[in-house]
Design a protein around this ligand. Sequence first.
Ligand SMILES: [Fe+2]
Ligand SMILES: [Fe+2]
Length: 310
Amino acid sequence: MQATIEQEQTERYARCIAESKRVRWSIEEDVIRRRTFDTKQKFLPDGLSKVNEFAFLSGNEQRYLSQVQGRTYANMFGLVERYINAKVLELSSDYWFGDQTALEALVRFSDEELKHQELFRRIEKLVAETMPTGYRFVPQPNDVADFVLGKSTWAVLALTLHIELFSQMHYRASIEPDENLSPLFKDVFLYHWKEESQHAILDELEWMRCDQNITSKGRDNAVDEFIELVAGVDGVLQAQALDDARYFSETCGRRLSPDERAKLENGILRSYRWQYIISGAQHPHFIKVLTSMITDAQAERIQSALAPLM
Ligand SMILES: [Fe+2]
Ligand SMILES: [Fe+2]
């Protein structure tokens, strides 16, 4: 029985390797293809940027806001991939002298996240060439990694599965169907999505493995740590939303009234909370996996922590 379960697990890792090999792409030849960004086009789709909720902005200003948010969107993935890669490398050490298929799947995962970080650095440079100066991406990858990796593996994998599931859902539900987006921006997230699909499967396998080896007290602490991680993400979002509002108002070509500036700051924070916290927390598969591991009381703790961010 145990041998069959282990064999099934190995087969799931093997399928991730096969898929990873099949979809493998390169930054320059497949994604960028000598293209640049065109600021006449939107970057982030309305379903994520929620720019149509900014009624005080003109159509052109809403498009510009989608570009500012899209720039931050690419930087956010580059940011979290630093800690994700470090955690994946750490987990891979459990397989050094064991299941070599699982080891290979995690090594490929790590390799892909290193490539994605390079892709997002490349995208930031390309975007900077076409947008006004003064943009800042506030959080630092190593500071965030230091904070996240200070929590237990259970909590870190909960956050990671949440991120990798929402990144897929964003692509399928909002980026792919929007015909008015920059084709380059769209391709960045098409290629990213292709490799993220395997990552989410691996996150889940690793999280379940971790869950099987944790005590109920350990899991209860980890639920609190997951809540602390979400609060940490929200801190990052608050700082970046404020700075993106500053950049937008300095570069949008007109003077915003204090009331408009306040609406802009609140609106961007609402959009970011939707993008990076709420959309993932509402992901049906994330809820299914999470609730299969925790008690009703723990689920309620998580829900009441999320409620003020909705
Ligand atoms: Fe990635
Ligand atoms: Fe990933």
